[in-house]
Design a protein around this ligand. Structure first.
Ligand SMILES: [Zn+2]
Length: 283
């Protein structure tokens, strides 16, 4: 029988803080009293589906989650990025958010609430214009997935992803190494999907990552400045990154990747006020 109160501070899951250190954000553990169940050894009698056995003590959940966060590759600039900081300023005042931004926040928060480990979870592509908070929302989801659900996540910028894959291929560790990790991590979050001049070779390796995630039933999150849509042929992906060309996400990533994405994710628009439109209509 577990005689230790579930509320004992040794089991606190919020005794951590996030700091920016160099390129990435890191979680560090705060003070907790010694665990009354394992006396700090990390091993204790645990009840798994009604069977009492020796196992990893519940007080290790926090350090385990901290370790997951520290492997996530969250950039330093997003160290303090949360759902709360999307809606409130530093003084705790509610920001003047557009209803569309509030809806997007709701979708993302619901996604985290409904996420289930050990089953396939549909992913999400947050799309919309630059500066509307897409990356902010995606990082906030990652943070909650780690600290609320204990899920392994990986954040990577699209351009960085391409260069990592290139390096992997040229050093001959493509399959077992970086590509394997990106293909199998439970939640992969890709920032700025479709950005850059994409060569055929790059499109091929993106295709491979997405196909392997599809087969591994991994959850894929992404942000994109491009509107979801089948390829229109407006401009080839290797021409330029410009939303002025009216390229769809399908134009950017190609037909095969786009059709996989449609099966893997929901598309959620992140929009804010168009201040120019408001000014011109009030004149
Ligand atoms: Zn313990």
């Amino acid at each position: 029988m577990n005689t230790t109160s579930p509320d004992h501070p040794a089991f606190a899951l919020d005794a951590y803080k996030i700091i920016a250190k160099g390129e990435y954000a890191y979680a560090v553990e705060g003070d907790r009293p010694q665990c009354p169940q394992c006396q700090g050894s990390g091993y204790a009698r645990v009840n798994i589906d009604g069977v009492i056995t020796m196992g990893r003590c519940r007080c290790m959940m926090l350090p385990d989650r901290i370790a997951l966060f520290n492997k996530a590759g969250i950039p330093s600039r997003y160290a303090n990025t949360t759902f709360v900081s999307f809606a409130q300023d530093k003084n705790g005042q509610l920001k003047d958010l557009d209803p569309a931004a509030i809806r997007a926040l709701g979708h993302c928060s619901q996604f985290v609430d409904q996420y289930q480990t050990a089953v396939e979870n549909k992913g999400m592509v947050l799309y919309g214009e630059v500066g509307r908070g897409k990356t902010h929302l995606m990082i906030a989801m990652l943070r909650e997935l780690v600290f609320r659900h204990g899920v392994a996540v990986r954040f990577v910028e699209f351009a960085r992803l391409l260069s990592m894959l290139k390096e992997g291929y040229s050093s001959g560790r493509s399959d077992a190494g970086i590509l394997g990790e990106l293909a199998t991590v439970p939640v992969l979050a890709v920032d700025e999907l479709g950005k850059g001049r994409l060569t055929d070779w790059e499109l091929t390796i993106i295709d491979e990552v997405i196909s392997r995630r599809y087969n591994a039933m991994g959850c894929t999150l992404a942000t994109s400045n491009y509107t979801p849509g089948e390829p229109t042929g407006a401009a080839p992906p290797n021409l330029a990154t410009s939303t002025q060309l009216n390229q769809t996400l399908g134009d950017r990533v190609g037909d095969r990747v786009y059709s996989r994405l449609v099966q893997l994710v929901d598309f959620v628009q992140v929009e804010g006020k168009d201040h120019r439109a408001i000014v011109s209509s009030s004149v």
